[in-house]
Design a protein around this ligand. Structure first.
Ligand SMILES: *Cc1c(COP(=O)(O)O)cnc(C)c1O
Length: 352
């Protein structure tokens, strides 16, 4: 409240110091050269695509187990979204990417889903071999790492969402683009501000997508405490693993300590289970809210988008079986124990 009062008292709401401060702290956190606050995570993808030159006639490869925003950004950039299947870990499968490559492929968007990174070694290698741009949709993965390097920093640009329910949540819509490529940075700077450069020139048709000062100040404050958010999310994931890992039919996300190659930040705790709907109902009866991500449909399964004819077997299996258990830093230890007990009760191993 104090921070918001300060910003309101100054009355400087657009492209001011608070935004620069947040952008520079985000750069430092991620170890990149440039960050640009934008209106939301969807605009971030769209502007990043345009900044790297993706446009009409180009194809962009992405998974279908993601928010519709990833594909709509490609669509609005004038390019065609081409879907590749995911692996059993729910992440974009590098082999599947190779299968859908074409001479028109210009870029790949690995979606760093649920607070976890894709196999970035393999994807970077494919991109180099075929001269493709990588834009990471890291909306769900601020702070996640692959081989010690942060999500959003592998490709020519990375994008983030600060939607309230994301790892770093604003009090409304907000997003960012990060890059260490000076040319891309220059383009993003004018793309987010009507095509305008500092000297008042208009470089091309563009948009109004600026992160306002009030949100920037709030995000800056929350970023300073972000490590604690991540620590707590990982702690809750460990607890779920400890108590629910015994159920072989329940496919849990990898535990925080499962691999030395990745540091997962658990934006979501997405489990897979054949009896997903029954488990969801059971938990609801005990007052536990769960979510079926994207309403249970991958992007190619929304009829309104006219993407029929695409077959993605693993994505479709995950859509039938996946469920998000509660995971956010405001859960108490008792809350987490209660969820675990409720799941055990579902399997007849506990009373609630
Ligand atoms: C939230 C999200 C977006 C879009 O971000 P908005 O800020 O809501 O526009 C894009 N991709 C993924 C994977 C997301 O989870």
């Amino acid at each position: 409240m104090e921070t918001m009062r300060e910003v309101l008292a100054k009355g400087n709401f657009i492209l001011q110091d608070e935004l620069e401060s947040f952008e520079s702290n985000l750069c430092q956190y991620l170890d990149v050269d440039c960050a640009f606050g934008v209106g939301n995570g969807t605009d971030a993808i769209l502007l990043a695509l345009r900044a790297v030159g993706v446009g009409g006639g180009d194809e962009v490869i992405l998974p279908a187990h993601t928010f519709v925003a990833t594909a709509s950004a490609v669509h609005h950039a004038g390019a065609t979204p081409v879907f590749a299947d995911i692996g059993d870990d729910h992440m974009l499968d590098p082999d599947a990417v190779e299968e859908v490559l074409s001479p028109k492929t210009k870029a790949v968007i690995p979606v760093q889903l649920n607070g976890r990174t894709c196999n970035m070694d393999a994807l970077v290698e494919i991109a180099e071999r075929h001269d493709l741009k990588i834009i990471e949709d890291s909306a769900q993965a601020l702070g996640a790492e692959y081989e010690g390097k942060k999500a959003g920093t592998f490709g020519v640009a990375g994008t983030f969402s600060f939607y309230p329910a994301k790892l770093l949540g604003a009090f409304g819509d907000a997003g960012a683009i990060v890059t260490s490529d000076p040319e891309v940075a220059k383009r993003v700077a004018w793309l987010r501000d009507h095509g305008r450069t500092e000297d008042g020139d208009v470089r091309g048709w563009s948009y109004n997508s600026r992160l306002d000062t009030l949100h920037a100040a709030v995000l800056d404050l929350k970023l300073a405490n972000f490590d604690e958010t991540v620590r707590r999310r990982r702690e809750i994931a460990s607890r779920y693993q400890d108590r629910l890992g015994k159920y072989e039919d329940l496919h849990l996300p990898p535990a925080p300590t499962a691999s030395e190659h990745r540091f997962d930040v658990y934006q979501n705790y997405e489990i897979e289970f054949d009896g997903r709907d029954e488990l969801k109902d059971h938990l609801a009866r005990h007052g536990i809210g769960t979510i079926v991500q994207w309403g249970g449909k991958a992007i190619h399964q929304f009829e309104g988008l006219g993407l029929g004819g695409v077959s993605l077997p693993i994505t479709e299996r995950v859509m039938r079986r996946s469920l998000l258990l509660p995971l956010h830093p405001f859960l108490t230890d008792d809350d987490v124990e209660y969820v675990c007990t409720a799941v055990e009760a579902f399997f007849g191993d506990a009373e609630i």
